[in-house]
Design a binder for this molecule. Structure first.
Ligand SMILES: [Zn+2]
Length: 312
């Protein structure tokens, strides 16, 4: 068996994964902000699991740029590593082989082997959470680009002169289609239509920062009209963005993952409609199926474990 570790901005989640993709044991820890502490946390969760199971290798799924040899992290916006040979460092401490992969790449591998993208040749995974992460399989193989950083979908500029983004650009896709975007859209809508939404208006009147994407999604589920409108905006931009990506890669399946996908019943049909209308040659070409992920939160961890298992 192998261990997959999802090294995210808030937590380090590890799981022992068997060859059927089943997670048989798990451990987690909060993500420390300093480099050494982060590595200590990974070593601690993995060691705990390795003491209870016979482990052959470890895969780390990282929200960041990973070199083509899967040994180093070049850059990870929410983690301490900058040009660090993470695989060698962790491998030395654990005395186990270690491999790295971008978390969305790992997730699309897992969904392809065990989940929503099973049997497809060209599959795109779009993880919608705080931002957007993308993973792409072409002819059944992971497409990582020439330098390992493809596909970086979240920062495609969809809206000229649009909302400013932390990446330094503006109008990026994830500024309009993410949990963060739900919150921004709701606050903008509240400013334009004061009194439309009692729940969110009350939140915003205290502090606009408390109107999180999660709260907007919950309000939309309860039928709140303003939250539903924020959700409709997300659906529009999801469809528009997917149409743009589909014009390049022509996927047969698009898997929607990430925290926001839990609210899929509130936006997915709308997004499919926008996708159908926005794609080039609309009405005269087969369209990708757009579905939600099946492995949920475990996809990246399972994918990383798969890569580790393939190495042993
Ligand atoms: Zn950006």
């Amino acid at each position: 068996m192998s261990i997959g570790v999802d090294v995210g901005g808030t937590s380090v989640r590890a799981g022992v994964v068997d060859r059927h993709g089943t997670v048989v044991d798990t451990a987690r820890a909060p993500t420390p902000s300093a480099e050494t502490a982060l590595e200590d946390a990974i070593v601690a969760v993995v060691s705990g699991l390795a003491a209870r199971h016979k482990i052959g290798a470890v895969g780390l799924a990282v929200a960041g740029f990973v070199t083509t040899d899967r040994r180093s992290v070049m850059f990870a916006p929410h983690l301490a590593w900058r040009d660090v040979a993470v695989a060698d460092r962790i491998s030395e401490r654990l005395s186990l082989p270690v491999v790295l992969e971008h978390d969305a790449n790992a997730a699309v591998l897992a969904e392809h082997r065990f989940g929503a993208a099973r049997g497809s040749r060209v599959a795109l995974l779009v993880a919608i959470g705080t931002g957007i992460g993308g993973g792409l399989l072409l002819d059944g193989r992971l497409f990582r680009g020439a330098f390992g950083v493809a596909p970086e979908l979240g920062h495609l500029r969809l809206v000229p002169h649009g909302r400013p983004c932390s990446c330094g650009k503006s109008g990026c896709w994830e500024r309009y289609c993410s949990g963060t975007a739900l919150s921004v859209s709701a606050v903008e809508l509240l400013a334009r239509h004061p009194g439309r939404s009692t729940v969110l208006a009350r939140e915003a009147s205290i502090d606009a920062r408390t109107v999180t994407g999660r709260k907007v999604a919950a309000a939309a589920r309860d039928g709140d009209p303003l939250a539903r409108r924020a959700m409709a905006e997300l659906a529009t931009w999801l469809g528009e963005g997917l149409a743009l990506v589909a014009d390049i890669y022509d996927p047969e399946i698009v898997v929607i993952a990430g925290g926001v996908s839990e609210s899929a019943p509130l936006f997915l049909d709308d997004a499919r409609e926008h996708y159908r209308k926005s794609i080039t040659g609309a009405g005269y070409r087969p369209l990708a199926r757009i579905r939600t992920a099946q492995l949920g939160d475990d996809a990246a961890l399972v994918g990383a474990a798969l890569l580790a298992a393939d190495r042993t």
